[in-house]
Ligand binder design. Structure first.
Ligand code: SF4
Length: 237
C-alpha cells in the first residue's frame, strides 16, 4: 500500500545544536551572539518556507531485491544487503521539505548573504533528516498498531548513496515508489529535486537483525559512523 502524508514545519524544526553541528560546530561549544542570531533568522525562514511531505510504499523482500540491485553498482557486502531478507516488513520512502527553502538558499547566496545562506542550508538539511525520522516513526507506529513488533521489534531506515548502497539505486526506487506524487523528481545524476529530500527503505525487523559490525571496506572512509548511534538508540528504546 502506498501512502502520502504531510508534516508541519514545526514538526521537522531542527534543534540549534543540530544546525550548528551541520555547520561543523561541535556540541558544547558556545557560539557568539551574532552567530546565534543568524541561526534564529535561518530557523524562522525555514518555518516560513518549508512544506514537508512524504510517501511510503510497502514492498515485499522479493520485489525489494530487484529495487536494491539498482544499476548493479552496489558494494558486494552492505548492511542493507544483509538485513532486508530477514525483515518482517519493508517500505520504500521519500520525504521532502519542498522547493522553497532551496530557492531561499540560492537567493541568499546570489545576494552575498553567505552566513545566512549556509546556516539556512544546514537547517534545511537537518529538517529533511527530521522528516525522514518522522516517516520512519510513522511506519513503525502503523505496524505496532497492527500488533507487530512487541517486545523486540526495531525499525530503521537506510538510503542509497550510503553504506555501500550505490546512489544510482535511486532510479529503481523512484520507478517503484513514484515520489513525483509529492513533487520529488530525480535528475540524470541521481540527485533529488527538491534537493532537501531523503529517500530509502524502512526496515522493520527484530532488533537483533539490525545489528552489524562497522567493518565493511567502505567504513574506513566513514566520518560519521552514524550507524553506531542508530543501533545504540534502537536498543535503548
Ligand atoms: S561506519 Fe559509516 S559507512 Fe560503515 S556502516 Fe556505519 S554509517 Fe555506514
Amino acid at each position: 500500500m502506498t501512502e502520502t502524508f504531510t508534516f508541519s514545519p514545526d514538526e521537522v524544526k531542527p534543534t540549534r545544536e543540530t544546525v550548528f553541528e551541520n555547520q561543523g560546530i561541535p556540541p558544547g561549544i558556545t557560539v557568539s551572539g551574532p552567530v546565534d542570531s543568524i541561526c534564529e533568522q535561518a530557523l524562522a525562514m525555514l518555518a516560513r518556507t518549508a512544506a514537508p511531505a512524504g510517501i511510503t510504499g510497502e514492498i515485499s523482500a522479493a520485489e525489494f531485491e530487484q529495487v536494491y540491485q539498482g544499476e548493479g553498482r552496489n558494494d558486494p557486502n552492505t548492511p542493507v544487503g544483509g538485513i532486508f531478507e530477514r525483515a518482517d516488513h519493508l517500505a520504500l520512502f521519500t520525504v521532502t521539505i519542498g522547493e522553497r527553502p532551496a530557492e531561499e538558499i540560492a537567493r541568499l547566496f546570489d545576494e552575498n548573504e553567505f552566513a545566512l545562506a549556509s546556516m539556512l542550508d544546514a537547517a534545511a538539511s537537518a529538517a529533511a533528516d527530521n522528516a525522514a525520522k518522522l516517516a520512519e516513526r510513522r511506519y513503525g507506529d502503523v505496524l505496532r498498531g497492527d500488533g507487530w513488533g512487541a517486545p523486540d521489534g526495531g525499525v530503521l531506515r537506510y538510503s542509497p548513496g550510503y553504506c555501500g548502497w550505490h546512489v544510482s539505486g535511486q532510479r529503481k526506487l523512484f520507478d517503484y515508489l513514484g515520489p513525483e506524487e509529492i513533487g520529488v523528481t530525480l535528475t540524470n545524476r541521481f540527485l533529488m529535486q527538491p534537493l532537501k529530500s531523503v529517500s530509502g527503505i524502512i526496515i522493520a525487523a527484530h532488533r537483533d537483525v539490525h545489528k552489524f559490525a562497522a567493518s565493511f571496506p567502505f567504513c574506513r572512509e566513514c566520518e560519521t559512523r552514524e550507524c553506531r548511534e542508530r543501533i545504540r538508540a534502537l536498543f535503548a528504546e
